[in-house]
Design a protein around this ligand. Structure first.
Ligand SMILES: *Cc1c(COP(=O)(O)O)cnc(C)c1O
Length: 398
């Protein structure tokens, strides 16, 4: 009897009842716009900003329309101008180089290691080429942040962290998003909190936050934000910072606030699932697990493994056979991207020098989502299926 998995890899948890109730209240009020406030009520968006700043330990947080918007805003707030070069990961998701392109800047791609983190030797070699690194903690893998910051500080490179997959994660107990000058998060449906679309940006820097608030479309209502830099900082910049509308609304903030309260518990639940799949895949012939550093507190909302140096059609066969048994894997190495792009050579608007060592890794990366709607038994079954199919194809092909 071959077992077949029947779960849905794109089915998220429902919004908590508390969030639904808060959303209904916002709908009944009719006041969805973040500056549509009565008297001195803070409103859901400003409250979310205060609570997210407290959660991350940042001085300031700004809620915006998407994660990609938060990243582009961070670049603008740091003064990145058309034609400037910005370092970024060769392995990430399309909105990351897209945020750089959206401000007219030019991505300079940095390679990836077998740990699926940015290659710090390659970063050290390229650090002199740009003033900003848009660092993507792709698929939740954190590089050695102590060494990364050493390299960037020595080269005078400001770091923006893309924490779309690391909300709730940390390196040496310092939250991701708090190592660089700016941390950016997404609250899009497939991330760690779900408002359909949405994003957050955190920083301790007065001027960066004042610029980000004005850029996000605050008009002169910036004092109504949840965390506000001193007036004098706005006075310096308020007439020459453009409004690039990308606000969050009360409806989304209302459903996010209860999710933030349970975020740590959700992260634990993801990690329990991750560990079951990881244990089930351990010592599968031909399959390389991505080992995590002791300093890394990750959130296992997805899992990756490598089929290193496999022929492409062997990997395709594994994917086909797993899918036939209900297990949906993504292969980042396919020669034609399907569904989305994650490799530097797919973004042809931003040409790069070839990176053969990274290409070898990217050719072998297989990825799977772990939605919280899967039980631990589901996860064990999924691992058994992958293990059986990888072993079968590996043995058949010698
Ligand atoms: C989803 C994602 C983003 C962008 O978030 P959006 O809210 O969809 O704009 C950025 N980086 C990575 C790695 C992502 O997966």
């Amino acid at each position: 009897m071959t077992e077949i998995f029947t779960g849905n890899f794109t089915q998220q948890d429902p919004i908590p009842d508390e969030g639904i109730a808060a959303a209904m209240e916002v709908l009944r009020s009719g006041r969805l716009h973040r500056y549509n406030l009565v008297g001195d009520e803070p409103g859901e968006v400003a409250l979310l900003e205060r609570e997210f700043a407290a959660y991350t330990g940042a001085t300031y947080a700004l809620a915006v329309a998407s994660g990609g918007y938060a990243m582009a805003t961070a670049l603008r707030a740091l003064g990145v101008a058309p034609g400037d070069r910005v370092l970024t990961n060769a392995f990430t998701l399309a909105p990351v180089p897209g945020s750089i392109a959206s401000v007219g800047a030019v991505p300079v791609f940095v390679g990836v290691t077998e740990a699926l983190t940015i290659d710090l030797d390659d970063l050290a070699a390229k650090a002199g080429r740009a003033k900003v690194l848009m660092l993507s903690h792709m698929r939740g893998h954190l590089a050695d942040m102590d060494r990364l910051m050493e390299i960037c500080d020595a080269a005078g490179v400001s770091v923006i962290e893309d924490c779309a997959h690391t909300m709730g994660a940390a390196w040496r107990d310092i939250p991701s998003g708090r190592w660089g000058r700016v941390g950016c998060y997404s609250t899009q449906t497939y991330k760690h909190m779900n408002s359909g679309e949405g994003g957050l940006l955190v920083t301790d820097d007065d001027e960066v936050m004042a610029r980000a608030i004005l850029l996000s479309g605050s008009y002169m209502l910036y004092t109504r934000h949840g965390t506000v830099p001193p007036d004098a900082v706005f006075d310096e910049i308020k007439y020459d910072t453009p409004n690039v509308s990308g606000r969050m609304d009360h409806l989304r903030a209302a459903i996010l606030r209860p999710q933030l309260r349970r975020l740590d518990a959700q992260c634990e639940a993801w990690n329990a699932r991750y560990r079951v799949v990881e244990d089930g895949l351990r010592a599968t012939p031909g399959l390389t697990l991505v080992e995590r550093a002791a300093q890394e507190s990750y959130v296992g909302s997805s899992i990756q493994f490598l089929l290193l140096d496999w022929e492409g059609d062997g990997i395709s066969e594994v994917l086909r056979r797993c899918l036939a048994r209900g297990v949906e894997l993504k292969w980042f190495g396919a020669s034609e991207p399907a569904g989305f792009t994650s490799r530097y050579d797919s973004w042809r608007y931003a040409p790069s020098e070839p990176m053969p060592a990274s290409d070898r890794i990217l050719r072998g990366v297989v990825d799977m989502r772990l939605p919280l709607t899967f039980s631990l038994d589901d996860c064990a079954q999924i691992a058994r299926i992958i293990r059986a199919e990888v072993s079968a194809v590996f043995q058949a092909r010698g």
